[in-house]
Design a protein. Structure first.
Length: 283
C-alpha cells in the first residue's frame, strides 16, 4: 500500500463482491451493500468483470471467503461471543448489515487512510455507521493490532471472533505470524478465519496459473505486491505451536461444495485457501 493512500487491493476486492451480485445474483454471498459502497465505481467493476472472464475464479473465491467468514461469525455470535474483530476491514460491509444483539461490538481494524475512504463512501451511499462499530487505525507491518484494540475498548479477557480476509498475502511472513501469535495469546478464547495463498508451485491448472500471474503483476503495479505464500502442513504446525486447535483448512472448491453440493469447482488448483482455527480460554 502506498504511503498516505487507501488500499487499492481492498477496493478491487469490493469490486469483485459487487460484480458477484450483478453477474451471479449473489449466489454464494449476498451483500445488498456491495454495490452502494462502490458508488460510481460499481459499474466499472461489473464491466471489467464481463470483459475479463479469467477473473471469474478470483471473484467467486472472494465471494466464498466472505460467506465462510460471515457464517462462522454468525455462529460465534449465536454462541454468545460479543466481540468481533475485522482485521484489514477494507470496504467490507458485514457490520453494516448485522442485526447486532445487545453489547456486541464490531472492531474494524485497518490503515487510517483506507478507513477514511470507506467512511466517505458510506456517507455518500447514505449508509449509517451503527453504534456497534468501532474504528481502529493500525498499520499491520509496524504495529501490534491487539494494542490498538485495547486502546479502543477491546476486552482481552472476553472471547472474540476474528476474520482476516485478503490481507495475509500482502504482508511478510513475520507480520502474519506476529498477528496470529497475538490472537493466540488472548486469554478469552479466540476463533479466527483467514484466507492465505499456498505456494504458486501448487497451481497445476494453466488457466488458474495465468490468472494468478496476472493478479500478481497488477497488485505489484498498484504498489501492493504479493509477498507471503504458505505451505499448509507447515502453517498448521505453526498454528498448533501457537496454541490453536480445531484447525479447518479448505480449498476454494471445498468451500463451494459446502454451499452448493455438486457445483463445479470454482478455481481448481489455484492455491487460494480458507482456514479456521480456535484457542481455548485460559483459566
Amino acid at each position: 500500500m502506498q504511503e498516505g493512500q487507501f488500499s487499492r487491493t481492498a477496493l478491487g476486492a469490493a469490486g469483485h463482491r459487487a460484480a458477484h451480485q450483478a453477474l451471479e445474483g449473489g449466489f454464494f454471498f449476498a451483500d445488498p451493500l456491495a454495490l452502494p459502497i462502490l458508488g460510481a465505481d460499481a459499474q466499472a467493476a461489473i464491466d471489467k468483470a464481463k470483459a475479463q472472464p479469467l477473473r471469474r475464479g478470483l471473484r467467486l473465491f472472494i465471494a466464498l471467503r466472505s460467506r465462510f467468514a460471515e457464517d462462522s461469525a454468525h455462529a460465534a455470535i449465536a454462541r454468545g461471543v460479543r466481540q468481533v474483530v475485522v482485521l484489514g476491514a477494507g470496504f467490507d460491509t458485514f457490520a453494516y448489515r448485522l442485526e447486532a444483539p445487545a453489547a456486541l461490538r464490531v472492531f474494524e481494524v485497518d490503515h487510517p487512510a483506507t478507513q477514511a475512504e470507506k467512511r466517505r463512501r458510506l456517507e455518500a451511499a447514505r449508509v449509517a455507521e451503527p453504534a456497534h462499530v468501532v474504528y481502529v487505525g493500525c498499520d499491520f507491518e509496524r504495529e501490534i493490532f491487539v494494542d490498538a484494540l485495547a486502546a479502543a475498548g477491546f476486552d482481552r479477557r472476553q472471547p472474540s471472533f476474528v476474520f482476516w480476509l485478503g490481507v495475509t498475502a500482502y504482508l511478510t511472513h513475520e507480520a502474519v505470524y506476529a498477528a496470529l501469535a497475538a490472537v493466540a495469546a488472548l486469554p478469552g478464547g479466540e476463533e479466527i478465519v483467514f484466507d492465505y495463498a499456498a505456494s504458486p508451485e501448487t497451481i497445476d491448472d494453466q488457466a488458474a496459473r495465468t490468472a494468478h500471474e496476472d493478479l500478481a503483476r497488477k497488485v505489484a503495479a498498484a504498489g501492493e505486491p504479493l509477498r507471503a505464500y504458505f505451505d499448509p502442513p507447515a502453517l498448521h504446525a505453526q498454528l498448533t505451536a501457537l496454541g490453536f486447535s480445531e484447525i479447518e483448512d479448505l480449498r476454494a472448491e471445498e468451500v463451494a461444495a459446502r454451499y452448493a453440493p455438486g457445483r463445479a469447482p470454482t478455481r481448481r488448483g489455484a492455491g487460494a485457501r480458507m482456514l479456521r482455527a480456535a484457542t481455548a480460554p485460559t483459566a
